[in-house]
Design a protein around this ligand. Structure first.
Ligand code: SAM
Length: 288
């Protein structure tokens, strides 16, 4: 039997056979530890009746493990050079479909309505390229794609920010943006030396369990996110100062604190998502 792709020796063989030079500009760091991938696949919660979308299959390390677990895998790879590689490395898996597309531009309309018709639930996964981690995550979350969980390998520092709780250094507008759509958990840390080439940073496996209802209900979603970003503009400043610089409207800002019952002397990092929702709804009244 063939060795798993996610082993140092098989990865080396594939890289040599195809004379592959990893492209840094595309965030190419190939995973070579199959035990970590087993943990990753377990974390997704998928069964043999489910389907999975993968972003960035590379030479197929994670794709292979997903194919062993799921009924169907659809994987988006932007780098044309990897297509013949994947043809070869994944030839024994007839439940994998590779699409040569930029995931951020791919039309996903048919994917859920037709391509995954035969599966029970759809999941999403990827060892994400560093340069587009946030846009990829936000595409899944903001477009409310009908997936159960989104499990990703990303830079540890970004993962810590995404999963951060109030009153911690890592907590910020990105933590709230993702937690609005999903419950976010750090599953495990992953050392840099299991990737080829070795990146300069550590990684983490992060799982987003998509909420059936958003974490809070707000009157104006767009204004809610703008107000959060403005509140964190200068972390050391008070909410009052940040909102005044942003809006230029001292009276409306004073009214926001009166209406919401939130103390304007606090800093953004101490507010829960529920408190930001109160603040944003008060802003909708105060600004008119
Ligand atoms: N899944 C493989 C693994 O775990 O070894 C490779 C992961 S590597 C970190 C990221 C992969 O994403 C690369 O193969 C890269 O070419 C691909 N990629 C980069 N940007 C992409 C995009 N916008 N859409 C689809 N794939 C992309």
């Amino acid at each position: 039997m063939m060795k798993d792709i996610a082993t140092p020796s098989r990865t080396r063989e594939i890289v040599e056979q195809f004379d592959l030079k990893a492209k840094k500009s595309l965030g190419q760091n190939f995973m070579t530890d199959v035990n970590i991938l087993h943990k990753f696949v377990d974390a997704t919660g998928m069964t043999a009746e489910d389907g999975v979308i993968e972003v960035g299959p590379g030479i197929g390390a994670l794709t292979e493990q997903l194919a062993k677990r799921a009924k169907k895998v659809i994987a988006y790879e932007i780098d044309q050079r990897l297509l013949p590689v994947l043809d070869e490395t994944l030839k024994q898996y007839d439940n994998v479909e590779i699409r040569h597309e930029d995931f951020l531009k791919a039309n996903l309309d048919h994917v859920f309505s037709e391509d995954f018709q035969s599966v029970e639930h759809v999941y999403a996964a990827g060892n994400l390229p560093y340069y587009v981690t946030t846009p990829i995550l936000m595409r899944f979350l903001e477009e409310r794609l009908p997936i159960k969980t989104l499990t990703v390998l990303i830079q540890k520092e970004v993962g810590d920010r995404l999963a951060a709780k109030p009153s911690t250094k890592a907590y910020g507008s990105l933590s709230i943006a993702t937690q609005y759509y999903a419950e976010t958990e750090v599953i495990s840390h992953v050392p840099a030396n299991v990737f080829v080439p070795k990146p300069n940073v550590e990684s983490s496996i992060i799982r987003f369990t998509i909420r059936s209802e958003k974490a809070v209900q707000v009157k104006n979603e767009d204004a809610f996110f703008k107000l959060i970003r403005a509140s964190f503009a200068q972390r050391r400043k008070t909410l009052r100062n940040n909102l005044q610089s942003w809006s230029g409207n001292k009276e409306a800002v004073a009214q926001v604190f009166d209406l919401s019952g939130i103390d304007g002397g606090r800093r953004a990092e101490s507010l829960s998502i529920e408190e930001f929702a109160k603040l944003a709804d008060a802003w909708e009244i105060a600004r008119t």
